[in-house]
Design a protein around this ligand. Structure first.
Ligand code: HEC
Length: 158
């Protein structure tokens, strides 16, 4: 081996070691970290869709088409929610997650909480198409309660 190629090999070994040690998180990110990032992005979309519903319902003359569109997005995200929690993406993984271990240890309870959100967002969606504002406002409260019920049991407090 020539001096130059030996030096190059050493430099490469160093670079590889740095990658494996996590010096470059974008490359070394674990499956758990990717799952957490994806579900947190999903929850941000849930938050944005629900804000869209509430902002419009608080307007003096809510545009029901805007409410209906946001409610439909919300229902879509609620349907996806149960798929955002693969096994191994909890706090034991070392990933920075707000999900408690109970999501998996009490999987039936968590599934109920997720199903409840789906039911409440479906009702919101139906009401948005029917256009009864008073009923819509009441139902938005039921959706908020479904978020809160799950957060209280399965999400770390901020
Ligand atoms: C079935 C349980 C469940 C329901 C229902 C639920 N959430 Fe969550 N939510 C969680 C969990 C668990 C986390 C923590 C995720 C993590 O950090 O890995 C979370 C995190 C979040 C976050 C923080 C995302 C981030 O950036 O870290 C927001 C915002 C949020 N939820 C909004 C909502 C809203 C709004 C609703 C209702 C429309 C809702 N959630 C319904 C379980 C739920």
């Amino acid at each position: 081996m020539t001096k130059t190629s030996a030096g190059l090999a050493a430099a490469l070994a160093l670079a590889t070691g740095a990658l494996l040690a996590g010096a470059s998180p974008a490359v070394a990110e674990s499956a758990a970290e990717r799952a957490v990032a994806a579900r947190q992005a999903g929850f941000k979309q849930i938050g944005a869709a629900f804000k869209g519903v509430n902002d419009e319902l608080r307007a003096r003359k809510p545009d029901l088409a805007v409410v209906a569109a946001a409610a439909a997005r919300l229902e879509g995200h609620a349907t996806q929610l149960p798929t955002w929690f693969p096994r191994g993406s909890g706090p034991e993984s070392g990933a920075e997650t707000g999900a408690r271990a109970a999501v998996w240890s009490d999987a039936a309870g968590f599934a109920d909480a997720a199903a409840n959100l789906r039911t409440q967002t479906q009702r919101l969606n139906v009401l948005a198409r029917e256009g009864d504002l008073a009923a819509l406002r009441k139902q938005a409260g039921q959706v908020a309660a479904a978020c809160k019920t799950c957060h209280t049991a399965y999400r770390e407090e901020d």
